[in-house]
Design a protein around this ligand. Structure first.
Ligand code: FDA
Length: 308
């Protein structure tokens, strides 16, 4: 892993820096590049704007690693409010949830029962809950919980999970998830992982992404391809065409604020596109992962701040 990326990912875990940035005005201005805003209303406004351009959304109420049961329920309440709005507005919107935000580190049973409540509400709202994937020590428990929810008959079709192409184990996980029929979002992976468990070279991650994506396309299990990588997207379009996979059977997903040009051009060509829209006051770890992916972002943002 390049040194700069590793340093920035290390800083993404720093509590004091996080407190300072999340409270500072400059920090809040910087975060607006990748985050819809601090309030639920900001997320709703962005969703409406994207939906009006033919782009669907998945909403992420930012926050991870809560330290009490009360905080876990509070995090879930925000999602329940969103799902109420999705149901009443008929917005094209799903939710993306991190299990550590609903208590995974405190008690996996707590996280599972809160997740089940959210999945049930998503189903009633005509929406869908994607369980985001966090660092590798949580991969197995995250998959276990996704499987348990999926096994509850009436939640099929309302729950999906994420697989990270940088992990060596992911090919085996994808094979199994395909057999089970669980919908997968495939991403490259955003955390700091050791070479014993993850491909250290980007070229190998990209190669694995395409290998896993090929399997998902063949599976016809409603895969979501989460990437801004133009070359990969081009290959996937060809693969889907060659395999005669109808466009509604898969979707491209991208992050709010990244490659907006590509998001719009894919939507204009009638490819299903969903944008991941994060919001909320706890934006620091998410923001730092976006900087780590492309450290040039830091310079670009700093220049804009000092110019304005
Ligand atoms: P790559 O990093 O190779 O970038 C390809 C191109 O995209 C770059 O050349 C640049 O043009 C553009 N780009 C990428 N990142 C950028 C940035 N930060 N700023 C500006 N331009 C950028 N990860 C995870 O571990 N668990 C998860 O649950 C999810 N969920 C998720 C959902 C969605 C919808 C997306 C799009 C991504 C995730 N991720 C994630 C993050 C993912 O693992 C990965 O870190 C980023 O998507 C960046 O990887 P790319 O595939 O875009 O390729």
């Amino acid at each position: 892993m390049p040194v700069l990326r590793s340093v920035i990912l290390g800083l993404s875990q720093n509590r004091s820096l996080r407190n300072f940035c999340e409270r500072s005005r400059v920090g809040q201005r910087l975060s607006s590049r990748f985050v819809a805003g601090p309030a639920i209303e900001d997320a709703i406004a962005v969703t409406q704007a994207l939906n009006s351009q033919g782009i669907a959304v998945t909403l992420d109420s930012l926050g991870e690693s809560v330290t009490s049961e009360v905080e876990a329920h509070h995090a879930a309440d925000v999602y329940h409010r969103l799902l109420n709005w999705i149901a009443s507005s008929k917005a094209q919107a799903h939710i993306s949830v991190k299990l550590t935000q609903i208590g995974l580190n405190l008690n996996p049973n707590l996280a599972q029962s809160i997740a089940e409540g959210l999945a049930r509400h998503a189903r009633e709202a005509g929406s869908f809950m994607r369980i985001d994937m966090e660092e590798s020590r949580l991969t197995q428990i995250t998959l276990d919980i996704a499987r348990r929810l999926y096994a509850i008959g009436d939640l099929r079709g309302s729950v999906g999970v994420v697989i990270q192409a940088y992990l060596y184990r992911s090919e085996g996980d994808i094979d199994q998830l395909i057999v089970e029929g669980i919908p997968v979002r495939l991403c490259k992976g955003a955390y700091k992982e050791p070479a014993e468990i993850a491909f250290p070279r980007k070229a190998d991650v990209d190669k694995n992404y395409l290998r896993l994506a090929g399997k998902l396309i063949e599976s016809r299990c409603q895969p979501a391809f989460a990437t801004h990588d133009g070359a990969i997207i081009k290959t996937l379009k060809h693969l889907a065409k060659d395999s005669r996979i109808y466009r509604g059977r898969f979707e491209f997903q991208m992050l709010y604020g990244i490659r907006r040009d590509l998001q719009r051009s894919l939507a204009a060509r009638r490819y299903p596109v969903r944008v991941y829209v994060p919001f909320g006051p706890e934006w620091y770890p998410y923001f730092m992962r976006r900087i780590a992916e492309r450290p040039a972002n830091a310079l670009f943002l700093a220049r804009n701040i000092f110019r304005s």
